[in-house]
Write a protein that binds this ligand. Structure first.
Ligand code: GDP
Ligand code: IMO
Ligand code: MG
Length: 423
């Protein structure tokens, strides 16, 4: 079996964690390739809930090797917290986790800058997770970032951080008027945290490619979602990485021709957390029902997620840029109560019909044309057999498949691992 890529087809929180965990029995390795602790991937098994931010969602399985790829930005404190959380749940991490030496680190000043920029009136407020993601990727691209490999030499690591902190402290003081600064204590604490990660740091690019050559089955786990992509999303209301298919290659070193299965995780409706355009948003009773039934609160920040109808115009765009070969449809049970279910099938952009998703929406007037389907008014929770689904549910799935020209291979009907239909 070749490498499988699992990615978010919308604005994140599609249920990637659940599907990655579910599919683990068919894989040997799970690798994250971008993002950082801005992600929150939830796994529910036997009523026990685990939320992962940096560690791949394969960690619950004893036989899975988990990789944090070079494209990820790592906050050492967040990673150590996550390791402790897993230990409290008796989930072994030692021997099961590898960190790419080429992954960049998030330093305390990245988080401060992230939050100062968000608070500043000079910039657009994106509604970031405040985890320092944007500033860390900025330094990576500017070639002044600090990498996991820098942890190999403690003295040099310290020198690099001090040099950076000097510049960042000036930025905080003179540009942001911030009283916050990086002190020598901050540096000591950070370096000590980094040392704890030393046993996990290695070359993961050769490891992954050798594993594939040896016939090992690799699953690549995306974070965020395609419409939050730095290049293809609704810029500037995006994250600072490529959650799309290309990011899986640059974030691991696995070449594109080794990836043949690309599963687009798609919520049966849409959510978005943070600011930015959301054409099918329902800031009304419909959205409230989705929010309550779907418990739509961020797994990382606890913020309320904005809710709206499924947007097939956006999804088709996502399928195009990712080469999605199959769809995993999640949270279908959240739509149980609706008499009618709407799906966006066309946009009217500045008065003209359009079947394209415009990523630049600033000065454009977007109206959405919907197709209305019948609701099923039956509890789907826990159904794990396609034939047992109500006719209207099958029609809803069939409509999506016809519009997209892509099959729905998995259907999730509750947060629980096993409440999933695999066709
Ligand atoms: P991720 O970031 O894509 O992994 O998704 P999150 O974990 O942030 O958010 C998805 C939420 O929906 C989590 O609370 C999951 O437990 C939950 N979930 C996943 N699949 C289903 C489903 O089919 N039905 C319901 N009701 N909840 C689900
Ligand atoms: P998972 O992996 C949903 C959003 C933030 C904000 C924007 C930029 O759980 O699906 P950032 O902190 O990345 O600079 O914030 O991206 N965002 C997410 N939204 N799910 C996520 O991850 C997200 N990670 C970032 O809310 O709008
Ligand atoms: Mg999430």
């Amino acid at each position: 079996m070749s490498t499988t890529l699992i990615l978010g087809a919308q604005w994140g929180d599609e249920g990637k964690g659940k599907i990655v965990d579910l599919l683990c029995s068919d894989f040997d390795i799970v690798a994250r390739f971008q993002g950082g602790a801005n992600a929150g991937h939830t796994i529910v098994c036997g009523g026990k809930k685990i939320i992962l931010h940096l560690i791949p969602s394969g960690i619950l399985h004893d036989t899975i090797q988990c990789i944090i790829g070079n494209g990820v930005v790592i906050d050492p404190f967040a990673l150590l917290d996550e390791m402790e959380m897993l230990q409290r749940h008796n989930i072994e991490v030692a021997g099961k986790l590898m960190i790419s030496e080429n992954a960049h680190l998030i330093l305390p000043y990245h988080q401060i800058i992230d939050n100062e920029r968000e608070a500043s009136k000079q910039y657009t407020t994106i509604g970031t997770t405040g985890r320092g993601i944007g500033p860390a990727y900025t330094d990576k691209i500017a070639r002044i970032g600090i990498k996991a490999a820098d942890i190999y030499n403690e003295q040099k690591l310290r020198e690099k951080i001090i040099a950076q902190a000097d510049e960042k402290n000036k930025l905080l003081k003179f540009i942001h008027n911030s009283p916050k600064a990086i002190t020598s204590d901050t540096v000591d604490i950070f370096v000590a945290a980094c040392q704890k990660l030393l046993p996990y740091i290695t070359d993961t690019t050769y490891y992954l490619n050798n594993a594939i050559a040896a016939g090992k089955r690799v699953m690549l786990e995306g974070a965020q979602g395609s419409l939050l992509d730095i290049d293809f999303g609704t810029y500037p209301f995006v994250t600072s990485s490529n959650p799309t298919a290309g990011g899986a290659c640059t974030g691991t070193g696995i070449p594109p021709n080794k990836i043949s299965r690309i599963i687009g995780i798609t919520k049966a409706y849409c959510t978005r957390v943070g600011n930015g355009p959301f054409p099918t948003e329902q800031a009304n009773n419909v959205g409230d029902i989705m929010s309550q039934k779907g418990h739509e609160f961020g797994s990382t920040t606890g913020r309320a997620r904005r809710c709206g109808w499924l947007d097939l115009v956006a999804l088709k765009y996502s399928a195009m840029i990712n080469g999605i070969t199959e769809i995993a449809l999640t949270k279908l049970d959240v739509l149980d109560e609706f008499d009618e279910i709407r799906v966006a099938t066309k946009y009217i952009v500045d008065g003209n019909q359009a079947d394209k998703f415009p990523t630049y929406m600033d000065e454009r007037h977007i109206e959405v044309e919907y197709t209305t389907l019948n609701g099923w008014k039956t509890a789907l929770n826990g159904i794990n057999n396609f034939n047992a689904l109500p006719l209207q549910t099958k029609e809803y799935i069939g409509f999506i498949e016809n519009f997209m020209g892509i099959g729905v291979s998995m259907i999730s009907t509750s947060p629980e691992r096993n409440d999933t239909i695999i066709r």
